[in-house]
Each structure stands twice: as C-alpha cells, then as structure tokens.
Design a protein around this ligand. Structure first.
Ligand code: HEM
Length: 428
C-alpha cells in the first residue's frame, strides 16, 4: 500500500532506507506542509524545501555556519546553545564536528583564504589543459567500451574517469595515479548509511594525504614548473604562507568533493539520454545541446541531495524566526523541484528558462568550486559516447524493459546516484 503524504512526512530522512534511496516523494510530502518543516527525529531539525528559502539560507553566511555541513544535521551539537549568538561556542567546539577541517565546513576568513587558493586551480589556462587531458582519456575509455559493446557506467567508466581528471588537475604524477584510483574505488560514497556493511581498512582521504604531504613538501623546498609547485608556494591574500597540512587537506578534499558527485552526474544523465524518447538522436545531431541536458539533469537529479547548516545567531528564514543553535537541512533536491519556482517540476525539459539558477551546486560563498570542471568532464565524455555510437540502451536483463526499469540507488543522505548502470553500446 502507498504511504500517505502524512505518514511519509513523519519518516526520518537520515535513517529511513526508502527515503535514503528515493527522496523525492518524501520531500514533496514535507513541502506540502510549507517551505519550512520540523523533523522531530534527532532532537529536532529544520528542513528547508522551498527554493527561495534555500537560497536565503545559503546566502546568509553571517547567520548560518557550515560547521556541520560534512557530518550532517542529525549530528548532535557537542554543547548546549546559550543565548542569541552562539558563534563563540561553535568556535570553541569546532574540532568536535567530524569534517571540520575540510574547506566546505569553514566559515568567515578561514574559508575566504582557503577558497582563494582553490580558485587558483581553476584558471582558464589550467582548465583548458585539463580539458585536453579529459578528451584524450575519454576517447580511450569510450573506444574500449564501444569495442566491447557494453559497459558499466558508474564504476567501470565514470569513477575512474573523474578520478584521473582530478589527479591531472592537481598534478598527481602519472606513476601514482593508478594507486589513487584503486584506493578511491574501494570506498563507499559520503553520507552512506550502510557503510558498515562495506568496511574499508583505511580512509582514502588519509591515504592520499600521505602522498600530497610528500609532493608539497618536496616542491616547497625545490619548486618545479607544475601545479603542485604553484600550490606549495602560493600565499594567502594577506601574504602569509599556508601550512602544508592545510594544503594537503584541501587537495584531498578535492577528490572527495569531486569524485562521487561527478560520477553520479554522468550516470544520472545517461539514464535520461536512454529513456527520454528521441533524446539521444537529438543530442547526436546537436551535441551543443549537451550542456542544456546536464543542467536539467542537475536540477532533476543533482548528485547532492542536501547540505547542512547551523544557525549561529537568532535569525529568520522567509520571515519565520529561527533560533541560534537550530540545525538546518537545506534540501537542494526539493528546491530544484519546487513548483513555486519551476513549471511542472518533475518533468524533463531540455530547454528550461533560467535553468542555471538551479541549486545543484549550492549558492553563496560555498558555491561548488568544481562546477566548471564537473560540467566540462561530463560533457566531454558524453560527447565521445554519442559520437561513437549509433544507439545506447540500458541492459534490460539488469534494469528491466523501458517503462519498468529497476535501479539501485546509493543509500546516502548526501549523494543522489545510481550504484551501477549497465549500458549496451551499438557502434556508429
Ligand atoms: C556534479 C558534480 C558536483 C556537484 C553536484 C557538486 C555539488 C556541490 C555543492 C552543492 C556544494 C556546496 C555545499 C554547501 O554549500 O554546503 C559543493 C561545494 C564544493 N565542491 Fe562540488 N559538486 C560537484 C563536483 C565537484 C568537483 C568536480 C569538484 C572539484 C574538483 C568539487 C569541489 C567542491 C569544493 C572544493 C566545494 C567547497 C566550496 C567551498 O566551501 O567554498 N565539486 N559542491
């Protein structure tokens, strides 16, 4: 029996498997109660599902801290909030929030400084060189897949592809790239609630940190003509030199932030390409429409379902008072289907007015630093797939026939994406 909207809305976003696997009906049920709703679980979490309200929270970095952004809003505060401004309490306890040392959870000056360093990686010249690398790698991988007549998109293509692209962007020496890929392949995606079922003996980020510490220390002592040397010798906007340890965390975070997200975008996009009637023919004839496809897929099935904030001052969202200490779930997936903002929001449309306003990459000072890279890498590999095939289909034995497809999604409270996608490729 189908659950009622009311019973759906009472489920726990963080632990209910049906919601982890498919958040859309759940977010719709919450949104039916208004753009802000309270989740009673975990001592009370404010869920923001409205488009305008999500934008308001993301842009209000004065009143909302990102300290809980990696660990999630269900994580209990390690202190009891006192008074209308808990900024000092957050700073005193920041180290107790898992993920507090990653750029995305920094606030204020520390964030501005590190973000300025990250932005140096994404200069037009650097992105151009990286795109040349993407093209070569994409051709090689797509040629192999087409020769076999089939491939598994998520682990067989997307994950290794995006890992190698970030390794190139950061200047990881070619001889170490394969090791990086193996380590990342072995780990579950962030926010995975079934991670205990697939234990890994090591954290891939810690493993990679050892390599980056060595690269950066070597280059700080003896700079070369490469991006790692540029990072090792770069200074903060105030002229001070960053600690090697902070650079290492930034570099390893780029792998974490850019890997599952982009890999899931490629597989989510492929699903639409195959199942929306006539779409692959249109894109083959007009590959310049691939970017429009990607934006619509990011809106409908963005790889980041939600992000999290902690109110550090008494404030408001959409005029509703919010107390300092409130843990907030910013439901990006809900905002991107808010009917007040998008006409027929659940429908796929290749050309939507003002599509670039979707929130798949967030908004405000923490807007995804890798968005240009994500867009480029998925576009490039899709161009190659479409150019080298006459037809792409899903493997009906694995996913069922059209109209009755079966997909397995990651049980993550952050990532929206397929566990695997088996496709059949007909050579052009
Ligand atoms: C489809 C792919 C991607 C999606 C959907 C995505 C989504 C996001 C979102 C929603 C945020 C903001 C989180 C917040 O405000 O709390 C973010 C931040 C970030 N992303 Fe991405 N991302 C993607 C790919 C990438 C890639 C490829 C990289 C790097 C190579 C990357 C690096 C980052 C970084 C460094 C931040 C933190 C920015 C900051 O705090 O200033 N992302 N991403």
């Amino acid at each position: 029996m189908e659950p009622t909207a009311q019973s759906l809305a009472q489920r726990d976003y963080f632990t209910d498997l049906s919601v982890l696997l498919d958040p859309y009906a759940y977010f719709r049920a919450l949104a039916a109660q208004g753009p802000l709703t309270w989740l009673d679980h975990h001592g009370g979490i404010l869920v923001v599902t409205g488009f305008d309200e999500c934008v308001e929270v993301l842009r209000n970095h004065r009143d909302f801290s990102s300290v809980n952004c990696v660990v999630g809003a269900a994580y209990p505060l390690p202190f009891t909030p006192e008074g209308p401004d808990i900024s000092d309490q957050i700073e005193a306890h920041r180290h107790q929030f898992p993920g507090h040392d990653l750029l995305v959870s920094f606030d204020d000056t520390r964030h501005t400084h590190m973000r300025a360093l990250v932005n140096r990686l994404f200069t037009p010249t650097r992105l151009k060189a990286n795109e040349d690398y993407m093209r070569t790698l994409a051709r090689q991988m797509v040629d192999e897949a087409v020769a076999q007549g089939r491939c598994e998109m998520v682990n067989g293509i997307a994950t290794p592809f995006v890992t190698m692209v970030i390794a190139d962007l950061l200047g990881v020496p070619p001889e170490d790239r394969e090791t990086f890929r193996e380590v990342i392949d072995a780990a579950p995606p962030p926010g995975n609630m079934q991670a205990e079922e697939a234990p890994t003996q090591f954290s891939p980020l810690e493993f990679m940190a050892g390599y980056f510490a060595r690269y950066l220390a070597e280059r700080r002592a003896a700079p070369r003509q490469d991006i790692l040397s540029e990072l090792a010798t770069a200074t903060y906007p105030d002229g001070t030199l960053p600690e090697i340890e902070d650079l290492v965390k930034m570099a390893t975070f780029m792998f974490g932030a850019g890997q599952d997200t982009s890999a899931k975008l490629l597989s989510n996009a492929t699903r639409y390409i195959v199942d929306v009637p006539g779409l692959q023919e249109t894109l083959r004839a007009e590959p310049k429409r691939i970017p429009a496809l990607l934006e619509e897929v990011l809106r409908l099935e963005g790889s980041t379902k939600a992000t999290f904030r902690l109110a550090r001052r008494d404030t408001t969202i959409g005029g509703t008072p919010v107390k300092a200490g409130t843990r907030v779930l910013v439901a990006l997936a809900a905002a991107n289907r808010d009917p007040r903002r998008w006409e027929n929001p659940d429908e796929f449309r290749l050309e939507r007015p003002r599509i670039l306003e979707h929130l798949a990459f967030g908004r405000g000072v923490h807007t995804c630093a890798g968005a240009p890279l994500a867009r480029a890498e998925v576009r490039v590999i899709l161009e190659e797939f479409l150019a080298r095939t006459r037809h792409i289909d899903l493997d009906a034995q694995r996913h069922g026939p059209p109209g009755e497809r079966r997909f397995a999604f990651e049980p993550s409270f952050i990532i929206r994406g397929l566990k695997e996608l088996h496709v059949i490729l007909e050579t052009a």
